[in-house]
Design a protein around this ligand. Structure first.
Ligand SMILES: Cc1cc2nc3c(=O)[nH]c(=O)nc-3n(C[C@H](O)[C@H](O)[C@H](O)COP(=O)(O)O)c2cc1C
Length: 155
């Protein structure tokens, strides 16, 4: 069974950002940077839809053609997940996405040195409201870490 391992959780847990790739009905790819993402379960990645447009259209057109990549700059290790996406706009997982978006914004605040930039972000946090949760169910996993195993399928 395809399963996200503890090692993979560690790598993606240290990722500063993720890449989410989808494909439209003509087969044209679309890849976007995503800040709000995490491992939801052994087989699922959660991403928050705050600003997605083409991405959502593509998921509706081709839900089983989705790839997610995340990497750790410190250790130069990365994982790529391919699978099927669904969108939820209410319920438990959606609420988790709302919580994720707000907690990521709070974490970003600690990186801001300028008091004014911090104050602006603090003021914005209550208004952060994802439109939806994108849940990718993983069907295959590849390691992207440089070296002999680069790009190899591991699950
Ligand atoms: C650093 C960074 C982080 C981002 N994080 C998110 C995010 O967590 N969720 C989101 O919906 N959009 C996020 N965006 C915006 C998306 O990358 C993208 O602009 C949006 O999905 C619209 O593109 P689309 O029409 O191709 O879907 C982020 C953009 C940047 C540059």
């Amino acid at each position: 069974m395809v399963k996200i391992t503890d090692d993979m959780r560690e790598i993606v847990g240290r990722a500063r950002g993720w890449a989410l790739a989808t494909v439209d009905k003509e087969g044209i790819p679309n890849v976007v940077p995503i800040g709000n993402a995490k491992v939801l379960s052994d087989t699922e990645i959660l991403l928050t839809d705050n600003f997605m447009n083409k991405t959502i259209e593509n998921i509706k057109a081709n839900p089983d053609k989705v790839a997610v990549s995340a990497w750790d700059w410190e250790t130069v290790q990365g994982c790529q997940f391919k699978g099927t996406a669904r969108i939820e706009r209410s319920g438990e997982v959606f609420e988790e996405a709302v919580h994720l978006a707000k907690s990521k914004a709070k974490a970003r605040m600690t990186l801001l040195e300028a008091p004014r930039a911090r104050a602006e972000l603090v003021a914005r946090i209550p208004r952060i409201q994802p439109k939806g949760a994108v849940i990718v169910t993983i069907k295959s996993i590849y390691m992207t870490s440089p070296g002999p195993g680069a790009g190899k399928q591991v699950a």
